[in-house]
Design a protein around this ligand. Structure first.
Ligand code: DQA
Length: 151
């Protein structure tokens, strides 16, 4: 069975391309979605790519992923640094989680240095811009494949 990877994007990431391109890069979220689908497709995976500005909607999608996906890649955006509820939802999914950031939050303001999601993620990829999404999808597929093989 093809590994299924949910790629989730948090608040304000729909603004990519125009939002602080000097920090987040010039690509739009649609272009990043294409990168994920191409990389996922070439590795035989199914990619479900989503973005929401609403914490509750992200949490609902994570709950649903428990029975429909094999791994989660998430750029939680600002919720990285604030949302215990998002972290709890990811724990409840019982899926491997890859945390992803376009920028390197550790080089930025102190309030970006802490992440709730890092506390439960299998791994974190940050600072590589849109290429980070390809790296994260690849890492998620590896983790997901281990799970699907193990049944
Ligand atoms: C971000 C980093 C966060 O600190 C910020 O709030 C974002 C984007 C990134 O991809 O670099 O919205 O997650």
């Amino acid at each position: 069975m093809a590994p299924r990877v949910l790629v989730l994007n948090g608040p304000n990431l729909n603004m990519l391309g125009t939002r602080q391109p000097e920090i987040y890069g010039p690509e739009t979220l649609a272009e990043i979605e294409t990168l994920c689908r191409d990389r996922g497709g070439s590795l035989g995976a199914e990619i479900d790519f989503r973005q929401s500005n609403h914490e509750g909607e992200l949490i609902d999608w994570i709950h649903r992923a428990r029975d429909t996906q094999d791994a989660i890649v998430i750029n939680p955006a600002g919720l990285t640094h604030t949302s215990l509820s998002l972290m709890d939802a990811l724990i409840a999914s019982e899926l491997p989680v890859i945390e992803l950031h376009l920028s390197n939050p550790h080089r930025r303001e102190a309030f970006r240095h802490d992440s709730y999601v890092s506390k439960i993620a299998a791994g974190v990829i940050c600072g590589f811009g849109s290429h980070g999404y390809e790296l994260a999808v690849e890492a998620a597929i590896r983790l997901a494949s281990g799970r699907t093989k193990a049944g």
